[in-house]
Write a protein that binds this ligand. Structure first.
Ligand code: F6P
Length: 523
């Protein structure tokens, strides 16, 4: 297969882009007032409005042709069927199996039984914690969960628990990711060790930050309750049971998941345990069901109305044809504060690649910078840049049609701003001049959730997961590895002993910086 950039379908799209030159999104609306209906698609109960993208019917036809040429449908089947789509690590990526009920074989073994057993254990344990049957060492009910984990082992559960704040009727969950000791100090403030359950979430069970915080939390529990309390107060979600047991956990406190679950795709596994404890297993299962509904559509809907595939195709159109090097996710809801951070890991760790699957350098740009935050506060910060900055940018808006809090009138104001921002980005204000001129023509997609509940949140996250997979397929890159994070870890391993006074050969730039830090620290 030719590379993405030299593929005939992509070349045709570039020619189409040139033919469209000068056509702005408002012009497309003027020519075709019906485009709203035609370019809005349902998926798992959400509506996804692509009508403010700079695309015409011909653009979409060209993009769908690209997906066919790149055999997206074949890749999707390989993903769901458990083939080793993670080529550099030589393993499948089967997060979809965690939310389905299909028999999938990994190395000849059907994984469904394990998945169901894992889910059952999560149900029993989370119920026991919630209703006080699983108690701390002193017999106290757990009022708090300290969730230790970083990256994919924290961001997913955090997004879900924050989003479902209305339904949080279990223990209160506090997350600690950073090795910065201030984060653990702040999380522990006011906590009673007797009423605190610690969840260590780490696929590898070797991540320095998480293991460091786990050791500090163990010392805190042992100080308050004695060493024997550890077995009552710690559980683990991991793909490395042996390491968790070696750490000191009884095996029955370990909630395992398969190596075939990528860290940033692990919220659907036992990594979701804090979710089940905070909002109940039934809601966690609604989250899975929402994601599964998207899986079914991604797998079977024709490309022309396949939402995750269209997200990917339009993403590539914006990135590679229209030159948008950054993509802002603008979630209109305070409870979605960490959605952007979550998507940042999902997209940037998956798609921040400079070589193809064979390791050959790419001659086109891949993942844009993913950033953003919450509206309306973002409007008073970076929206100025979105409207009048000099860089090409695309945006995703996320809104809930029904109110998320107790005041429907305020929700209406919130919605009015979300709609206004996407219109302003599209239309601009070209009647003005100088400082008041807005160029407009900034493309955006709006995701409309009927409400911010577990089902629709699960669906939203799964759409982005599949968008990422589809983009990786179209570009011909591996979405499931992350070798780029390794070098920094290795260098940190050399710097730390030097910081602690050991003789260590370091790069002169790092040696210099260390000297500066140590000088400033002792002034
Ligand atoms: O360093 C990157 C990374 O491996 C992520 O991919 C992952 O989500 C995170 O670290 C945490 O890893 P683990 O779950 O093994 O602690």
């Amino acid at each position: 297969m030719p590379s993405f950039s030299s593929s005939p379908a992509w070349q045709a799209l570039l020619a189409h882009r040139d033919a469209l030159a000068g056509k702005r999104i408002p012009d497309l609306w003027e020519e075709d007032p019906q485009r709203g209906a035609r370019l809005t698609f349902g998926c798992a109960g959400l509506q996804v409005d692509f009508s403010k993208q700079r695309v015409t019917d011909a653009t979409l036809e060209g993009l769908v042709a690209l997906a066919r040429e790149r055999d997206l449908a074949g890749a999707v089947e390989r993903l769901f069927g458990g083939e080793r789509v993670n080529a550099t690590e030589n393993r499948p990526a089967l997060h979809t199996a965690l939310r389905g009920e299909e028999h999938v074989l990994v190395e000849g073994v059907d994984i469904l039984e394990d998945i169901e057993r894992g889910r059952e254990r999560m149900r029993v344990f989370s119920n026991a914690v919630r209703d006080g049957q699983w108690k701390g060492a002193t017999g106290a009910k757990f009022t708090h969960v300290l969730a230790l984990g970083i990256g994919g082992s924290a961001l997913g559960p955090r997004v879900v628990i924050e989003a479902l704040a209305d339904a949080a009727d279990g223990p209160q969950v506090r997350f600690v990711s950073n090795i910065d000791p201030a984060e653990l100090d702040d999380a522990l403030r006011g906590l009673d060790p007797a009423a605190t359950l610690v969840v260590i979430a780490s696929k590898t069970f070797t991540t320095q930050e998480t293991m460091g915080n786990a050791a500090a939390a163990r010392a805190w529990i042992a100080r308050g309750l004695g060493n024997d309390a550890v077995a009552k107060h710690f559980v683990a979600a991991t793909a490395n049971t042996a390491a968790a047991v070696a750490w000191g956990l009884p095996e029955c406190n370990v909630f395992p998941f398969g190596e075939w679950v990528g860290g940033r795709y692990s919220v659907w596994s036992s990594v979701g345990l804090p979710v089940a404890m905070a909002v109940g297993m039934a809601r966690f299962e609604q989250l899975l069901a929402g994601a599964h509904a998207v899986d079914l559509e991604f797998r079977s809907n024709p490309l022309e109305r396949n939402v995750p595939a269209l997200m990917a195709l339009i993403g590539i159109w914006n990135r590679n044809a229209l030159g948008a090097g950054t993509h802002a996710v603008l979630a209109y809801g305070s409870r979605l504060e960490h959605l952007t951070t979550y998507l940042q890991q999902l997209e940037m760790e998956s798609l921040g690649k400079r070589v193809d699957e064979q390791g050959e350098p790419l001659d086109f740009p891949t993942c844009p910078v993913i950033w953003g935050g919450v509206g309306t506060p973002g409007q008073h910060a970076y929206h100025q840049w979105l409207h009048q900055g000099t860089d090409a940018v695309s945006c995703d808006f996320v809104v809930s049609a029904r109110p998320m809090g107790s005041n429907p009138a305020h929700h209406e104001i919130l919605l009015s701003h979300a709609c206004a921002q996407s219109e302003a980005l599209m239309r601009g204000n070209r009647a003005e001049q100088g400082h008041r001129y807005y160029p407009g023509d900034r493309p955006s997609t709006t995701f409309v959730l009927p409400e911010l509940d577990a089902h629709h949140l699960g669906a939203l996250v799964a759409m982005y997961e599949h968008k990422v997979f589809a983009e990786a397929t179209l570009w011909g890159i591996d979405a499931f590895d992350q070798w780029g994070v390794e070098l920094g870890k290795a260098i940190a391993g050399e710097v730390l002993p030097a910081l602690r006074g050991a003789e260590q050969s370091l790069h002169p730039a790092t040696r210099h910086l260390l000297d500066v830090i140590q000088r400033v620290g002792t002034q």
